[in-house]
Design a protein around this ligand. Structure first.
Ligand code: SF4
Length: 386
């Protein structure tokens, strides 16, 4: 991935923030909450003596509770929220485009991977209005936690500490982008990697393998099956299609598995029928593959939506995960964990998440509302070429 370690023990690349977490947890004046990205649960166990390919979602929630977090939440909740915003933005652009509106830009590009976002800010400056303006799930979570949830608790935003556990080192950079702070107080305070969480669990002498399976807390811990697949290449587009299909056609999508967007090919192209429209979808993982796909767009090939993840296999192969050394079989085992989690959920479409429905009813209004734009969308910058 874009943050692959260059030092065999990781010491040279890793900015270890786990002690910042310990300090926050020890501060009696703070309420400390945690969110865990989808891919973390597919690999955390590998660093804690559990066989690869084993889901450790329940043990991870239990370990976080024992570490002392006040509320155990899930980036998967915010992944469902991302689909609401990004899926609505896609449909809005698609409708305008099909009606001949020249200002409607397609393909829409996914924007949840900060490695990819930084890459196009450097390399595709003629296309900065093409990516979705939706923030990443990590940043959506932070924005909602520090407004809606802080209000629910009746505390000011600076009393709440938001910790993220991410498969990704680029998420540490994303968190620090100035546009994701309000009056100097960031939406996400501390980011630790999957490896840092594993170290923290060991350092605190928690016997991970013996922990019971526990649940996330409500309301920001609830998710549908569309959310865990954010961690694998093709998953964000699949999740978006499930919701976009139902919003566009008003019909129930019977078969929620979009097999054509799955798999480990570096560049995938799929056609998907949504109502009367045949949509052309492009998917790339690895930045070399992303460049190839975007050059096809520049040359005029038609795509309606494109998903890019910087790391091999998507976030399951992220730079903050237990080292995988490019082992495709290991990445496939992690992938299986997330598809199994999706298949095992009673609800598998983001717009069915009852806590997301409540969030819109009580707070945001509707997708792409003024409040949603203010809290959940962003913009991109031209950056100096490296
Ligand atoms: Fe981070 Fe995932 Fe992007 Fe890799 S693919 S840089 S882990 S967000």
């Amino acid at each position: 991935g874009q943050c692959v370690a260059v030092c065999p023990v990781g010491a040279l690349v890793e900015n270890d923030n786990s002690w910042d977490v310990v300090d926050a947890l020890a501060d009696p004046d703070k309420v400390v909450i945690v969110q865990t990205a989808p891919a973390v649960r597919a690999a955390l166990g590998e660093d804690l003596g559990i066989a690869p390919g084993t889901s450790v979602t329940g043990k991870m929630a239990a370990a976080l509770r024992r570490l002392g977090f006040d509320h155990i939440f899930d980036t998967d909740f915010a992944a469902d929220l991302t689909i609401m915003e990004e899926g609505s933005e896609f449909l809005d652009r698609l409708t305008r485009y099909l009606n001949g509106d020249q200002t409607a830009k397609l393909p829409i590009l996914t924007s949840c991977c900060p490695g990819w976002v930084k890459f196009f800010e450097h390399n595709f400056q003629d296309m900065l209005d093409v990516p979705s303006t939706a923030k990443s799930p990590q940043q959506m979570f932070g924005a909602i936690a520090k407004t809606y949830y802080a209000d629910m608790l009746g505390i000011p935003r600076d009393k709440l500490v938001v910790v993220s556990v991410m498969p990704c080192l680029a998420k540490k950079y994303e968190r620090a982008r100035p546009e994701f702070s309000v009056d100097g107080n960031p939406d996400v305070d501390i980011v630790i990697s999957t490896r840092e969480l594993a170290r923290l669990i060991k350092r605190m002498n928690i016997d991970f393998a013996s922990l019971p399976d526990e649940d996330f807390d409500a309301p920001l811990g609830e998710s549908t099956g569309a959310a865990p697949i954010f961690g694998v290449t093709g998953g964000v587009i699949e999740a978006a299609l499930r919701t976009a299909y139902e919003l566009a056609t008003g019909e129930t999508l019977q078969k929620v598995d979009f097999e054509d967007v799955r798999g480990m090919d570096g560049v995938k192209v799929a056609t998907v029928q949504v109502g009367p429209h045949e949509l052309r979808i492009g998917i790339a993982h690895g930045l070399g593959n992303a460049r190839k796909l975007l050059n096809r767009v520049r040359e005029g090939e038609t795509f309606h939506a494109i998903e890019v993840m910087a790391c091999p296999g998507g976030c399951i192969g992220g730079g903050g995960q237990p080292y995988h050394h490019g082992d495709i079989e290991l990445l496939k085992l992690r992938t299986k964990v997330l598809y199994a989690e999706d298949a095992g959920k009673p609800l598998r479409k983001s717009h069915q998440n009852p806590y997301i429905i409540e969030l819109y009813e009580k707070f945001l209004g509707k997708p792409l509302s003024e409040k949603s734009h203010h809290l959940l969308h962003t913009h991109y910058f031209k950056r100096q070429r490296l």
